[in-house]
Design a protein around this ligand. Structure first.
Ligand code: BJW
Ligand code: ZN
Length: 242
């Protein structure tokens, strides 16, 4: 950790009137939740085919495979604990948080679920894939196996955004607004390779925000960074927000 960069970033954050965090899988990595694209930390997509497990086509082809995979991840997340970065973010009640993460670790750290923007949805609920509107909360410790929608007989599935699916308009509109209005966008643990989410960083930058990136390595957003702090989120974020 470079202490002068850390001090500069910390000053920028404390002087800003609106700070927004934008996080990805790296935020939860120190809680033991696997990232997607890290070859060296066994990212999920280095072992599994995303189109088989996280796309509507994959679900149609082999729904049991998909639901069993989510059941494993749900049980894993249930046992994971928020790390120091989640806790530090939650301690800043005035900050708006946008996350691509589908886990519930920011919420368990204390972020108000009503103001958290989960761009790619959540594994803490299921909904009917056949869009009758039926939804149910999921106990992550005791996740369901493949089951039918009690309302229409369709297929229940996790309320996450798969490849090729649109993000929920409400979450997207709120995220765009927050990224336009903030003075500082604190980008934590994302490869910034998945769109449209990664496009929010360009939006913020073009609206005048200072972009501070915290990541263990360079990412697809490095070229947008005013300050790039290299290291673990769990070590850097508590210093930055103290
Ligand atoms: C640390 C750390 C530590 C580690 N501290 N840092 C071609 C070009 C452009 C776009 C497309 C294209 N082909 C297809 C698309 C669209 C596609 C897309 O973007 N694909 C790209 C991969 C190319 N996007 C979509 O399909 C989206 N929908 C869409 O576009 O709709 C319109 C449309 C309609 C019809 C047809 C086509 C398009 C939807 C995207 C949904 C993404 N869903 C997932 C799965 C969620 C479900 C689940 O989890 O079960 O969301 S994919 C996965 O990636 C997940 C994540 O939220 C997302 C982002 O990943 P993230 O968070 O950045 O993680 P990693 O692993 O990539 O990075 C971790 C980072 O942390 C690394 O940088 C590490 O260095 C760092 N790190 N430890 C700090 N301790
Ligand atoms: Zn239904």
């Amino acid at each position: 950790m470079n202490s002068s960069e850390l001090r500069t970033a910390s000053d920028l954050i404390s002087k800003a009137s609106r700070v927004v965090s934008f996080s990805g899988a790296g935020l939860s990595a120190e809680s033991g939740v696997a990232t997607f694209r890290d070859a060296n930390t066994q990212g999920v997509w280095t072992k599994f085919d995303p189109m088989k497990l996280a796309s509507p086509q994959g679900f149609q082809d082999d729904p049991k495979l998909v639901i069993d995979w989510y059941a494993d991840r749900r049980r894993y997340v249930a046992q994971a604990q928020p790390n120091a970065a989640h806790v530090a973010l939650a301690s800043r009640g005035e900050m708006q948080h946008i996350t691509q993460n589908v886990d519930d670790l920011l919420i368990r750290a204390g972020v108000d679920p009503d103001i958290l923007i989960q761009l790619h949805g959540t594994i803490a609920s299921d909904h009917c894939h056949d869009l009758c509107g039926y939804e149910e909360a999921i106990n992550l410790s005791d996740p369901p196996s493949l089951h039918a929608c009690p309302r229409c007989g369709g297929s229940m599935r996790p309320s996450v955004v798969w490849f090729g699916e649109s993000l929920l308009p409400e979450a997207w509109n709120k995220a765009e607004q927050a990224c336009i209005e903030c003075d500082v966008l604190l980008v934590i643990g994302t490869s910034a390779e998945v769109y449209p989410a990664a496009g929010l960083l360009d939006l913020s930058k073009s609206n005048g925000a200072t972009i501070i990136i915290v990541n263990t390595e360079s990412s697809g957003a490095s070229h947008l960074a005013d300050l790039e702090l290299t290291g673990n989120a769990g070590e850097i974020i508590p210093h930055l927000l103290r």
